[in-house]
Design a protein around this ligand. Structure first.
Ligand code: OAD
Length: 245
């Protein structure tokens, strides 16, 4: 296996997906075959689904909250914490995962592109998202203290836009890294490369002259666009992949 050298010249942008949490026991999206308890995933993870059946949506997210609260970060998460400690501000982690495991492992420079399971916001008023670990009892749809509107999970659903501030943070980091005069590296781990804009980051990094790495259990949709590809479980590969210099 080739080693990823992380030295004082290196800037590293990491993108993670559901595969990184798989060894913690969180099911991947594609692993669920697009279904949850026989409901198409779009019915429980879209604005239309929420309007149609908010009780079902809260049942799904309450179950996911309970599931994520019961698991622990794995050695893949821990490896990324060690890389960040070594690189400091020359490291950024963009994750598509909403389970919060990266922060629980100790990662600090994290952009949660798809939101966070343990945050809630109002679907009606501008009240900022707030921490919420509540597992709501079956049949409950919580309401906003401020306006009485329906509360919803702070998750980017199908058909919704990513937070432009999150995207700017990733783009600014990539720009600083690729114009730093140092070496800019992008590494994607545990992601199927199907969902944009995350799946397109590899192309932009290559255009900017960056080095690209993929760590995935199965070939990803965008595998051939990476320069280096390591097949395996992220919890096994990541702890051995980097040489901190
Ligand atoms: P997917 O479920 O699409 O893909 C997970 C990838 O991880 C697959 O390619 C697996 O081969 C790989 N994998 C599984 N176990 C692994 C392991 N132990 N180590 C390494 N790789 C492993 O998940 P994502 O790519 O994260 O978006 O999905 C992207 C987005 O699709 C999600 O964030 C979600 C969904 O639409 C939103 O909810 C907005």
């Amino acid at each position: 296996m080739e080693h990823l050298i992380l030295d004082s010249n290196t800037w590293l942008l990491v993108l993670t997906g559901a595969g990184v949490s798989a060894e913690s026991g969180v099911p991947t999206f594609r692993g669920m075959d697009g279904l949850w308890e026989n409901h198409p995933i779009e019915d429980v993870a879209s604005p239309q689904g929420f309007v149609k059946d908010p009780t079902l949506v809260w049942r799904f997210y309450s179950q996911r909250r309970a599931g994520a609260a019961a698991v622990h970060p794995n050695p893949g998460h821990d490896a990324l914490v060690a890389w960040e400690r070594h690189l400091g501000d020359r490291f950024l982690l963009a994750t598509q995962n909403v389970d919060g495991l990266h922060r629980r492992a100790g990662s600090q420079r994290v952009v949660e592109m798809h939101g966070n399971l343990f945050k809630t916001r109002c679907s009606k008023c501008k009240r900022p998202p707030f921490d919420d670990t509540t597992v709501y009892p079956n049949g409950t749809v919580p309401t906003c203290d401020a306006c009485g509107g329906r509360l919803r999970p702070h998750i980017v659903w199908f058909g919704e836009y990513l937070d432009p501030d999150d995207m700017s943070r990733i783009e600014d980091f990539a720009l600083r890294g690729s114009t730093s005069g140092g070496r800019f590296v992008f590494l994607a781990a545990g992601t199927s490369g199907v969902v944009y804009p995350a799946a397109g980051i590899v192309d932009r990094v290559r255009e900017a002259g960056g080095e690209t790495w993929l760590v995935n259990l199965d070939p990803a949709e965008n595998s051939t666009r990476f320069e280096y590809s390591v097949t395996g479980k992220s919890g096994e590969v990541l702890p051995k992949l980097a040489k901190l210099a």
